[in-house]
Structures are given as C-alpha cells and as structure tokens.
Design a protein around this ligand. Structure first.
Ligand code: GLV
Ligand code: MN
Ligand code: MN
Length: 393
C-alpha cells in the first residue's frame, strides 16, 4: 500500500470513503484540515460528539491495515447504530484524519482538530516544506485553514480508535484484543554531516573529510547507546541522503533522517541529549560539521482510564480475552487525548509485521476488533451521558 498523505492515491482513497459514507445514508463532512468524516446525529440537539477513527494515509510501501482498519470499523459502527435506530446521549462521528503517518508533518489532522498544531510546526515539517505545500495544494487546503480547524473540546465526548498492534505481543499472549494504556513519545530530527567532496581515487584515505563516515559512526553509536542505557526506547535512522552521490566522489554531505521514541517524557529528554551528543562526537571524530534540525516532538501520552475500562468491558462482554499494553507506534489518539478522554483497542498483527507489505491481520480478528469498538463506543456514549466527561489523561 503506497498512499503517502495528500498524494493522488490517498486522495483517491478518500474519494472512495466519501462514496461509502454517502451510500450508507450518513452525513459526509470535511473540515479545514482536510479531515474526512461520517456524522450520525443520534443524540439530542446540542449533545457532544463521540469521535472514532484513524487514518487512510500510509507510509511509503506500507501495509493494508495500518489506519484503514480503524476508519472502516468506525464507519461500520455508525452504520450499525443507524440501522438499529439507536438513540444515544451523544452524536457519533467516524474520522479519517489527514497525514497521521508523518510523510508530511505527522498527526497533522488530529492535532489541527485538537488545536495543538502551531504555525511553527508547519514551517519545518518532517517531509519538507515543499512537499507539504504541494500536498495542501493538491487537496485544496490552506495553512491558515489547518490552524483554524480546532474544535471546541466541550463538543467532544471522547475518542476511540481501533488499530492493528503492529508488534508481536498479542500473538504471543494469544489474546485477540489489546487495551492500550498509553502511547510512546517520539522526536524527529534531520542531522546533516558536512565534510568535503574530493576525488575518490586520488585523495589519500587519511586526508578525507568523508561525511558518510560520520553518519555511519553515528548510526552504530546510537544503537549501542539505546541498547546499553535506554531500555524500552528505540532509535531509527530511516534515510541517508548522500551528496553529491557518486561512485567516485568522497561524500561531501549526508542528511540523516533520525527518529527516536521513549515511553516517558523525562526519558525522551535524556535520550535526545544522549543521541545529539553521539552525533557531535561522530562529526568530531571525522573532522565534519554537524547541523541539527528538530522536526517535531510528540510527548508520551497515557490513555483515559474510562476509555480503557470501556474497551476492556466490551471485550469481556464479547467473551474475548484481552491484555493491557502500551503502544510503541504513535496514533491520532495521542492528539485527541489533549482535549477529551481518548482510548484505543488493538488487534493482533501476524508476525508483528507493520510498515511493510507483510502487514496482515486475519478477518476474524478485524471483526472482533470492530465489535469491540462498537461495544466500547456504546459504553462510552452512555457513560458520557450519565456521568459527564472524566478528566483528561
Ligand atoms: C506511525 O505509525 C508511527 O508510529 O510511526
Ligand atoms: Mn496507524
Ligand atoms: Mn503507521
């Protein structure tokens, strides 16, 4: 599945979703961040809305289930409630958030809706400014609209997201459902190691300022630091761009796409300091300049206790074994947790594979997950009406 945010394939998938929403007799909505949604007015006038959903964009050459499962299960939940003529204390809305995966910014649509998106985050995004501008133009969106897409939190009863686990723990535990306790924090950086381009045949080895050596030494050192000093954390160098980039030129510059994740904010801070220290040391070792560009940070986020309870009780009522687990992937639920009670349910990923065409979840597990989403949504909806909203987090 190759559906980077706001590319042609992504826009085609969104057009398809719109058709499904209309065919289901639901109200189609699109906001100024491009978030697509189906709305069902099943609550009293002026009632808040319980959101559900995920994203239809994918990483480059990713899988079929990451995000799409949550959008379609949310849509199906609305269809079931509509067909059953159920009245609830809240309205329901199934969301397809813009650019969750961060080929442009990351959690772009959900952050815009939550009101946590800043103009500064749009100035130096992960995917580059030009790609963001081109994507927005293709989709008919504007930056000023993104920054105005915030919804009043008083109108939000909560948020629930069904997603594949993207790791091996549910399969290992032989549990069909995961109740997500919290979501990992993530930092992205572009590091630029700059040396000197030279003739690769005639420049003595000792005289080179080879930018590739700094980037490579850093990559190995970063792995070692995490393995030795940061249990529960991860680091990834997902891309290196060599310039000028030829067999017979000593690399003058290497741009490194760096991402690292930690379960606690304080750990993310320490990891950041340790990795940037390693980058400076690697540059120094090979006589290189280092440029450091921060491209975004998402803090570790606990899921709401009420949402966790709703998911666990839904699974229990359906006779589905469930385990509590933290998410090592980031999700739109993280954005929503800033403004309303937010929670997630996971279903198993075969071999733990994700962000890869090997991603797979059997249909029976998808159906279990969709049923848990429906039942959890009904629980949250009724609780939201009876007890009002709990505190955030
Ligand atoms: C999103 O899937 C991420 O965790 O990168
Ligand atoms: Mn996802
Ligand atoms: Mn993903």
């Amino acid at each position: 599945m190759h559906r980077p945010a706001l590319g042609e394939a992504h826009l085609a998938a969104r057009a398809w979703l719109r058709g499904q929403i209309v065919a289901a007799g639901l109200e189609f909505r699109i906001d100024r961040a491009g978030n697509h949604s189906a709305f069902l007015a099943c609550g009293p006038a002026g009632a808040p809305t319980l959101l559900m959903g995920s994203h239809l964009d994918s990483v480059p050459h990713g899988g079929r289930f990451d995000g799409a499962l949550g959008v379609l299960a949310a849509l199906e939940t609305l269809r079931v409630v509509r067909e059953a003529h159920v009245s609830l204390p809240v309205h329901l809305e199934a969301m397809d958030f813009t650019d969750e995966e961060g080929t442009l910014v990351g959690e772009l649509g959900s952050a815009a809706l939550a009101g946590t998106l800043s103009a500064q985050m749009l100035q130096n995004p992960r995917g580059g400014r030009a790609a963001l501008q081109a994507g927005l133009a293709r989709a008919g969106l504007a930056e000023v609209g993104l920054l105005a897409a915030r919804r009043d939190p008083a109108t939000l009863a909560g948020y629930l997201e069904l997603h594949i686990e993207q790791g091996p723990r549910l399969v290992q535990a032989q549990a069909p459902i995961g109740v997500v306790t919290g979501i990992v924090g993530l930092c992205s950086y572009r590091l630029t190691f700059a040396g000197q381009g030279d003739h690769a045949g005639t420049t003595p080895m000792a005289d080179r300022q080879d930018a590739a050596l700094g980037a490579s030494a850093f990559t190995l050192a970063a792995r070692q630091v995490v393995l030795e000093d940061f249990p529960g954390c991860v680091v990834n160098v997902g891309e290196m761009r060599f310039a000028p980039g030829a067999f017979n030129i000593v690399p003058a510059q290497v741009d490194v796409a760096l991402e690292f994740r930690a379960p606690e904010p304080e750990m993310l801070d320490r990891l950041e300091a340790a990795l940037l220290g390693q980058a400076r040391a690697a540059a120094g070792q090979f006589g290189l300049e280092l440029q450091v560009e921060p491209l975004g940070r998402t803090d570790p986020t606990p899921m709401s206790k009420a949402a966790q309870r709703a998911v666990a009780e839904a699974a229990g009522a359906l006779g589905l074994a469930h385990v509590a687990l933290a998410s090592g992937a980031v999700h739109d639920a993280q954005s929503l947790a800033a403004v309303c009670p937010a929670g997630m349910a996971f279903v198993p990923s075969v071999a733990g594979a994700s962000h890869s065409p090997r991603e797979f979840t059997p249909w029976a597990d998808c159906v279990n997950g969709a049923n848990v989403l429906l039942q959890a949504a009904l629980r949250m909806a009724l609780e939201g009406g009876r007890e009002g909203r709990e505190g955030i987090g």
